[in-house]
Design a protein around this ligand. Sequence first.
Ligand code: CTP
Ligand code: MG
Length: 231
Amino acid sequence: MSYDKVLKGISVIVPAAGKGERMGDGPPKQYLPLVGKPMLQHVLERLLSLSPDRLVVPLSPADSIFDSLPVHHECEVVTGGATRAESVQAGLDALSLDDDDWVMVHDAARPCIRTEDIARLVETVGDDPVGGILAIPVHETVKRTDDGKRIDGTVSRDGLWLAQTPQLFRYGVLARAMESAAGEGLEVTDEASAVEWTGLSPMLVMGPGENLKVTTPEDIMLAEYYLRMQG
Ligand code: CTP
Ligand code: MG
């Protein structure tokens, strides 16, 4: 099946201004080579193959690598911020779209996203007034701890899902939500949490387990395994 027009009418932000501190030393993790090419190149190739209207990449002001990626000329670069939310905000500012337009945010750190899953998100969200995200149900037993040494309780996993990206929203909904979250000083680690905070309920769309967020060195082998499997 061909997905080459799935992102027609949709603009995409790929926040890539992070330092990858949990990955340890070396280049920022978005540039780590996975199966022979930088993580961010995998991500951008996959998104660009779906013909987004625009693709904006917030980068660190210290970034000196992006321009060496083969796809760099197909992206608009903006200066990111000190947090992921600020970087996404910089992308939203650059896009400056109409309220009803669609904007998708996808982490540079999720290189194993498959085009069919992006397509399923777009199709399921359809013409929803709010938007939706990929996510997966929690299968493990979840513990809470105050000190990281002893268990203080077990959190019921009933109804718990892990948020992934891509996350797809109406531009007006997301821009207003991000602005009020920033105004309230809320820590927003994904776009949906800002939107929820305004009282709206984004859709949950089942994501694939292989859409992992590459965070620590042990994630690299797994990401490479999935990328090889996907061909
Ligand atoms: N990100 C960003 N701007 C920031 C922080 C993060 O654009 N100031 C981006 C990262 O580049 C990544 C995504 O947000 O694509 C998800 O963040 P995360 O996985 O936490 O990456 P880092 O912040 O780079 O990693 P760490 O938290 O380990 O430093
Ligand atoms: Mg981070």
